[in-house]
Design a protein around this ligand. Structure first.
Ligand SMILES: Nc1ncnc2c1ncn2[C@@H]1O[C@H](COP(=O)(O)OP(=O)(O)OP(=O)(O)O)[C@@H](O)[C@H]1O
Ligand SMILES: [Mg+2]
Length: 372
């Protein structure tokens, strides 16, 4: 240890993210079975033991209005490209709406009605998160689809997004140990997706999609852009380029060739954000420092110079050796040639060496979170 105890813009351009996706996705897409369903949906993704096929609750719009107090402004949690997220309350067994303070808290995401792309993302979210369960993926509880009203109901993540904690004033600073553990949690989530029999590429890894529970355990949210990986001996799938500037891998942006190695690149960017406390893209910093990757890379392969990128808000409270190793790992993840990037299992093996018990986790141990 040391000496003491803009939002990014989304990019999009070419063929549908669903164009060549697997049968389970296509059948849901074409038959529109979710859109017309009033009953509980059971999806049929091939998954392993840690992701049993699960059922989702189909909510009516009135139920969700009632759970989120008519989507009043005091239920507001945040807003993204898809729409607004509200806090709501439901009964933990029946999932019926309850009064605030009764039952369990949920996060209800309401699609902007005019968003066509949002409908596709909504469907992808239901399809993927409806079938995948892992302690480092946010749990999708249910959905609502009544004509143009598309909503999603998630487990509530009490501490919001990693982006908020790293970059927004007035939020609790996160310690070195917590940052390392967040990186490990994210790596576990990605490794789970990459190792599924039908491999899943997450495609939109960034600070705002990493949510933190009461104990600062991290989970991946937003599967709207996720898609199935290549099959057989193919190394990539060809798709239109969607994702977020500053995080998307260069070969993917240039050619639309998507592989799990695109997620590895984005993971490298998130590692840099955790080390430096700087945004992937920050137009307030001037041309030389606008892109975190371009600015940081020259520092990363030198153990001493590397320390110059460290977040000053950590006030030197971090393990030098850990920081140097994680910087070296970030550099590997950020290689231009995807073949030179490590896979997620290798990333995890490196990171696990630096896991440490955290002060935050000790402080908040009275709020146990599900699945840990
Ligand atoms: N399950 C949740 N629990 C608690 N807060 C949440 C949850 N999901 C989202 N939020 C809050 O709502 C905000 C908006 O989330 P949303 O996923 O819609 O957009 P985003 O990730 O910020 O942007 P983008 O549309 O580019 O993904 C998040 O930053 C977070 O603060
Ligand atoms: Mg998001």
């Amino acid at each position: 240890m040391g000496n003491c105890a803009g939002r990014s813009a989304k990019c999009a351009n070419s063929s549908s993210a669903f164009a060549s996706s697997k049968k389970s996705l296509d059948s849901i897409n074409t038959s529109n079975s979710i859109a017309s369903s009033k009953t509980t949906l059971t999806t049929s993704f091939k998954s392993d033991e840690s992701s049993p096929i699960v059922s989702l609750k189909s909510f009516t719009l009135n139920e969700l209005k009632s759970a989120a107090r008519n989507f009043r402004s005091d239920s507001y949690l945040g807003e993204g490209g898809f729409g607004i997220v509200f806090k709501g309350w439901i009964d933990e067994n029946s999932y019926a709406p309850t009064k605030p303070g009764v039952g369990i808290v949920v996060a209800i995401k309401k699609l902007k009605r005019e968003s066509f792309q949002g409908h596709k993302e909504w469907l992808a979210e239901v399809t993927y998160l409806g079938q995948l369960r892992h302690k480092n993926l946010v749990k999708l509880i249910g959905y609502c689809s009544e004509s143009d009203n598309k909503l999603l109901v998630y487990e509530y993540m009490q501490r919001g997004s990693l982006e908020n904690h790293l970059f927004k004033r007035g939020t609790q600073q996160i310690s070195w140990a917590t940052r390392v553990n967040i990186a490990i949690d994210v790596a576990h989530g990605l490794s789970f997706l990459h190792n599924l029999e039908t491999q899943v590429i997450y495609r939109d890894l960034k600070g705002s999609n990493i949510l933190l529970d009461a104990d600062f355990n991290a989970k991946l949210s937003d599967f709207g852009l996720a898609r199935n990986g290549p099959t057989g001996d193919k190394t990539h799938v060809s798709t239109r380029v969607v994702g977020t500037r500053g995080y998307a891998a260069p070969e993917y942006v240039a050619t639309g060739h998507l592989s799990v190695k695109s997620d590895i690149y984005s993971f490298g960017v998130v590692l840099l954000e955790l080390l430096s406390g700087r945004r992937a893209l920050d137009d307030g910093r001037g041309a030389a420092e606008e892109s975190l990757v371009d600015w940081a890379i020259p520092f990363l392969d030198d153990k001493r110079r590397m320390l110059r990128i460290m977040d000053t808000r950590l006030e030197g409270c971090y393990s030098k050796k850990g920081a140097q190793s994680i910087a070296a790992l970030a550099l590997e993840c950020l290689q231009d040639d995807p073949r030179n990037r490590p896979n997620m299992n290798e990333v995890l093996a490196t990171l696990e060496q630096f896991r440490v018990p955290t002060k935050e986790q000790t402080n908040y141990q009275n709020f146990p979170s599900e699945g840990r």
